[in-house]
Design a protein around this ligand. Structure first.
Ligand code: 0PR
Length: 393
């Protein structure tokens, strides 16, 4: 650490230069990231709420109320305005909380997850000492529900379904999982970290989408992250429980806090009010209509990409996307080689064993999709000679 401080103007300029490069890379090149670029108004709201600590709700009463209202709004979007929840650090914390509640509520030691589930569920199981049973996928990339049913034992603490898988945006048959959960008396957690702020609006836009939320009686908890498709700044994850009874086993009281004891079930104690202020503001400013428009726009870009990939000789889709996540591969190349070439052309795409992932987010434009497509086409050509020829043209 230096002895003397520097001129704040110089420091801030350097900071801005460094961060702006990242922002540019994220905005124009990382066409496979699940985080949205926060709306300007969300940034203002974040700054307004920034000093607060909702972990000390007796002091920060106002922000604690904003969190309750945001949870109620999102809960009603998930067909349960009485859901108990919190704005947390992200989908990882939300999934940990869900499995923690399930384990303590049931006092059992196993969890069944689809092989498509996010790494955070493995982290959660590892932390909680739960044995993971991996359920395979069917050819449509959704979980094999028969496998789940057959593998439920006296030790099953929870089964998990994903509504919007990390790799492809596929939606597991949550309705069938819910039936299994009810029939066997099992806790069902739905990871809708990404899909939770897409599926309700897709439905309103007339798309045929499967049910995934509290409308299904077997669903006990849902993860939905406003920092993914909610246009909120990081960190804004969301966890929602069907009722108070489910969270009771993970609720702890901090008795000495000013204004009386605070009961909380989040992992972190001190919690930032900035993300809560941002989520609350976004829900008010955009409303359902605003979010519907956001999803409509992302789907327009998705459909543009899908149509053009389908027309391309060298490219293919893994599946017809349900939401704004598209899996693409080059017919004549390995994924590794395809990925490497896209990287050389300046794109940052997520690489899965079977495909590259493109996510069409609210800040993307038709022009960007056009450029991406041109380069996907170039990169997919088999020989370097072919590639070099198109680069010259
Ligand atoms: N559940 C699902 C279905 C997810 O896809 C993710 C994250 C999580 C839970 C965990 O959420 P947090 O990362 O908020 O804890 N999936 C993203 C992904 O793997 C995470 C991410 C986001 C990675 C933005 C990179 C990035 O630029 O793509």
């Amino acid at each position: 650490m230096r002895e003397e401080g520097c001129d704040p103007k110089v420091v801030l300029e350097e900071l801005a230069r460094i961060v702006e490069e990242d922002v540019k890379r994220f905005t124009f090149r990382a066409v496979g990231s699940m985080c949205s670029k926060p709306l300007p108004i969300a940034k203002i709201a974040y700054l307004i709420g920034m000093e607060s600590n909702v972990g000390d709700a007796g002091v920060w009463e106002g922000v604690a109320r904003l969190e309750k209202e945001a949870i109620q709004d999102l809960g009603s979007l998930l067909s349960n305005p009485r859901a108990v929840g919190a704005i947390v650090s992200g989908g990882t914390e939300a999934n940990i909380l869900a499995l923690w509640a399930a384990r303590n509520y049931t006092k059992k030691s196993e969890v069944i997850v689809p092989t498509s589930c996010h790494i955070s569920l493995y982290k959660a199981a590892n932390l909680l000492g739960l044995k993971v049973i991996e359920a395979p996928l069917k050819s449509d990339y959704t979980v094999d529900v028969d496998f789940v049913r057959r593998n439920i034992t006296n030790e099953t603490a929870a089964i998990v379904g994903v509504a919007g898988t990390t790799a492809l945006g596929a939606v597991d048959p949550i309705e069938e999982l819910s039936e299994v959960a009810l029939e066997k008396g099992i806790y069902l957690h739905v990871d809708a970290a990404f899909g939770g702020m897409v599926l309700p609006f897709l439905k309103e836009l007339g798309y045929e989408v499967p049910e995934f939320d509290f409308k299904l009686d077997g669903v006990c908890s849902i993860t939905v992250d406003p920092h993914k498709m909610g246009l909120a700044p990081i960190p804004a994850g969301g966890i929602f429980f069907r009722n108070e009874e489910l969270v009771e086993p993970i609720t702890f009281e901090t008795p000495y806090l000013a204004g009386g004891g605070v009961r909380s079930f989040t992992i972190t104690g001190t919690r930032p009010g900035g993300p809560i202020a941002a989520v609350w503001t976004l829900l008010r400013v955009l409303g359902k209509r605003g979010y519907r428009e956001v999803v409509k726009r992302c789907m327009k870009l998705t459909e543009m990409l899908v149509r053009r990939v389908e027309e391309e000789e060298e490219l293919e889709l893994l599946m017809r996307p349900v939401m704004n996540i598209v899996g693409v591969r080059a017919k004549r190349l390995s994924v590794k080689e395809f990925s490497l070439r896209m990287r050389k052309l300046g794109w940052l795409l997520s690489e899965f064993p079977t495909h590259l992932r493109v996510i069409l987010m609210p800040h993307h434009t038709e022009r960007l999709v056009g450029e991406l497509l041109r380069d996907l086409r170039r990169a997919a050509l088999r020989s370097h000679v072919e590639l070099r020829a198109t680069l010259k043209s």
